[in-house]
Structures are given as structure tokens and as C-alpha cells.
Design a protein around this ligand. Structure first.
Ligand code: MG
Ligand code: ZN
Length: 236
């Protein structure tokens, strides 16, 4: 039986001060689900690095996100550990290699948190519960309501919604099927009233990264206008 604590993570980049350019107030972050967002889903789980295949356009998307100077944090359910299908050390090895591959392509992942628990354990970290988001918020001193979350499952969106994140459902991985089921009302019975949740939809992480970039640009523009307009009024 592998030793387990409640939370499992590899803190790739623990130094908060290494992330420059936090322009507006409290720290915000970009949360990414792993399977179906960063790498291709496998029905039989990713059990080794050789089974880890990046989704289309993900490496350039991560490079784009890195340029936004916000912490990039992966939060992933890995119940395959609790089910005894994959060892915890294997999952951590996959994460280390993932981080190295992303950095080689000009991106970065600052922190990886994963839930190793079997669903029957009813832990606080397995999405749709927001435990991993709350843990990251404490570690990084985050304002979750100003943070972004990208996932391919409605359970990702529910976790983000529970703590007020700006969420994006991508159609990669399980996303297209989840989106179709949601539109047909088939997911209404799952917890968290997904039908009431407001979220954005993007084709994949590339489009989601573009949308997040735009949101931040709009905010900066709005901020600049607020600074500029009173001065103009005085001159007039
Ligand atoms: Mg997923
Ligand atoms: Zn858990």
C-alpha cells in the first residue's frame, strides 16, 4: 500500500516571486485539467510516459499562456491510483516529464496537484469538489474569483464554479461529448446544477488560451481608460 497524504502534488516552482508582472491586485492563476486538455484521453488511463500524447496545439498554447505571467497550475483527478491501476510514483514521473517537455517548448507549468483517491473515498479533492483549487489558493495566495480554469468535463467546470473561477470547457478530450450531453439536458441530474452554470466553450486549449489572453487585454485597456479619462476631462 503506497503511502498517501490528503493532498498530492509536485511543486515544480514553489517560488511565488519568480512569476513577474502581477499587474492588478491579488494574484490570479490559470488552472488546467490534464487528461483531455493537455494530453489525449485514454479509456484505459495514461499508465506511462510513452502513453502520454499532447493534444493538438497544446505546446504553443502553453507557451502563449506562459507569456501572461500568471501561475499555471494543473489540477487532475487520478483515481487510477486509488483503483490500483497506476502507481503514484508513475503518475509523478509522468508529471515531471510533462513539465520538462512543456518547458522545452517555451511554456511552463508551475504546480501540479492531483487527487489519487478512489471515488468511494469521498475525499475533498476529487473534482467536482474544489479541494485542489482551495489548496492551490492557499499555497499561492490566489484570488480564485479572478482566476481561470480550463477543463474538458463538466466536473471541472463545477469545481471552478464552486469557487468563482472564470471557466472554459474545451471540446478536446471528453469535451465535445460533455457539451452535447449538457445541451440535451443529460447532465442535469449530476450534482451542482450544471444547467445553471455559466461558462465559456472553446475548441481546445489553443482557443482557450487566446480567449484568456483577450480577457486580460480588455481588462488592461479598461484600466488604462480609467486612468486616462479623468486627465482628459481636466484638460477639456
Ligand atoms: Mg479531463
Ligand atoms: Zn482526492
Amino acid at each position: 500500500m503506497p503511502q498517501r497524504s490528503n493532498s498530492h502534488d509536485i511543486a515544480v516552482n514553489q517560488s511565488a516571486s519568480s512569476i513577474p508582472g502581477l499587474v492588478f491586485g491579488a494574484r490570479r492563476a490559470i488552472f488546467l485539467d490534464r487528461d483531455g486538455v493537455i494530453n489525449q484521453n485514454r479509456p484505459d488511463h495514461v499508465k506511462s510516459w510513452s502513453e502520454f500524447v499532447f493534444e493538438t496545439n497544446v505546446l504553443p498554447a502553453l507557451a502563449r499562456l506562459a507569456s501572461l505571467h500568471l501561475p499555471i497550475i494543473v489540477i487532475t483527478n487520478q483515481a487510477c491510483i486509488g483503483r490500483g491501476l497506476v502507481g503514484q510514483e508513475v503518475v509523478e514521473d509522468i508529471h515531471r516529464r510533462m513539465v520538462v517537455a512543456v518547458e522545452k517548448a517555451g511554456g511552463r507549468i508551475d504546480h501540479v496537484l492531483y487527487c489519487p483517491h478512489h471515488p468511494s473515498e469521498e475525499c475533498a479533492c476529487r473534482k467536482p469538489k474544489p479541494g485542489m483549487l482551495l489548496e492551490a489558493a492557499q499555497r499561492w495566495n490566489l484570488d480564485l474569483s479572478r482566476s481561470f480554469l480550463v477543463g474538458d468535463a463538466i466536473t471541472d467546470i463545477q469545481a471552478g464554479w464552486a469557487v468563482g473561477c472564470n471557466t472554459v470547457l474545451v471540446k478536446s478530450g471528453r469535451g465535445a461529448q460533455q457539451w452535447a450531453a449538457l445541451q440535451q439536458g443529460e447532465l442535469q441530474q449530476q450534482g451542482g446544477h450544471p444547467g445553471d452554470i455559466v461558462f465559456n466553450v472553446a475548441e481546445g486549449l489553443g482557443a482557450a488560451a487566446y480567449w484568456i489572453t483577450q480577457q486580460l487585454a480588455y481588462e488592461q485597456l479598461e484600466y488604462a481608460l480609467h486612468q486616462a479619462v479623468p486627465q482628459l476631462a481636466i484638460e477639456a
